[in-house]
Write a protein that binds this ligand. Structure first.
Ligand SMILES: C[S@@+](CC[C@H](N)C(=O)[O-])C[C@H]1O[C@@H](n2cnc3c(N)ncnc32)[C@H](O)[C@@H]1O
Length: 278
């Protein structure tokens, strides 16, 4: 089996990882055959999987621009993944060069690549930590050194909460993060669900099964379960909607530019929302 030099020592490249499966869907090159095989199996269950991921990234970029437009220029991006086209610090900086970003992921490949991309960047950092341990995230040198928690922060939990089990109480983790943030902070979230879009419940179960066999939970949650993550936040218009329906930007030239992917029914699978802490 190929083992590229960028693979951090100690990782088993025969075991798929959600960050590398996602990288594959997005057309990236930081994935192994085990990741591609898992992605292909998920695409048998629901062929539109890559479209969902494109819609997710496009939403993320719109939400980051929205945050900067609201004067929120500090970002805590948990479950940030492998750097790809249009990373949070690049999008935020294009809108405000002073923007600060802390990336957090528990996947060693995502962390290693983020470190490489951010090398020498004084206003961005990456933390190897787990969303389910908010205190470790909040207490990390990178967060305490780079972010001023007395001022608003945009907390990005984009396509990550569906990788947590109910018994890990992800709602409790989000509440703990929320309580550490200043008024005016934003929660930016997407979550897998079959309550919106054309994925049938049985297709959703098949996709969940692929991830389970790949060693990770993936939970399609209901609208009500996703909405609970916003407890203590006021929903920003248009509320909890499918990803392309959240403040769409016009597609210019009918192009397939990754920032403005042409709409596709599969892109409406899953919820997106932004909440503001009062
Ligand atoms: C699908 S990717 C999303 C990447 C990025 N947020 C985006 O939306 O483009 C999910 C990422 O969450 C990370 N992740 C999953 N569970 C996590 C946890 N409990 N703590 C930290 N990161 C986690 C995975 O390693 C992966 O990189």
């Amino acid at each position: 089996m190929e083992r590229p030099t960028w693979a951090p020592p100690g990782i088993d490249i025969s075991v798929p990882s959600v960050s590398r499966i996602y990288d594959y869907y997005l057309g990236g090159s930081h994935n192994f055959e085990a990741d591609r095989e898992a992605a292909r199996r998920a695409m048998v269950a629901f062929p539109g999987m890559p479209k969902i991921m494109q819609a997710n990234r496009a939403f993320l970029r719109r939400a980051v621009r929205h945050a900067v437009g609201q004067g929120v220029t500090q970002f805590l991006d948990i479950g940030s993944g492998i750097p790809t086209f249009g990373n949070v610090h690049e999008i935020a900086r294009a809108a405000d060069p002073a923007a600060r970003v802390v990336y957090v992921d528990h996947d060693p490949v995502a962390v290693a690549h983020s470190r490489a991309v951010l090398d020498g960047d004084a206003r961005s950092a990456v933390v190897a930590a787990d969303l389910r341990e908010p205190r470790a995230v909040l207490g990390s040198d990178e967060v305490t050194g780079l972010l001023d928690l007395d001022r608003p922060v945009a907390l990005l939990l984009v396509a990550v909460l569906h990788f947590t089990r109910d018994e890990d109480d992800p709602w409790g983790a989000v509440a703990e993060l929320r309580d550490a943030l200043a008024p005016g902070s934003l929660l930016v979230l997407t979550h897998a669900s079959t309550d919106t879009g054309p994925m049938k419940p049985e297709e959703g179960e098949a996709v969940e099964g692929v991830y389970r066999r790949a060693g990770s939970p993936l939970l399609m949650r209901s609208r009500a379960e996703v909405a609970r993550f916003f407890d203590g936040f006021e929903m920003v218009e248009p509320g909890l909607v499918s990803m392309p329906a959240w403040r769409p930007e016009p597609v210019t030239g009918g192009s397939a530019h990754p920032d403005r992917p042409a709409d596709d029914p599969a892109m409406h699978v899953g919820f997106a929302g932004v909440g503001r802490k009062p």
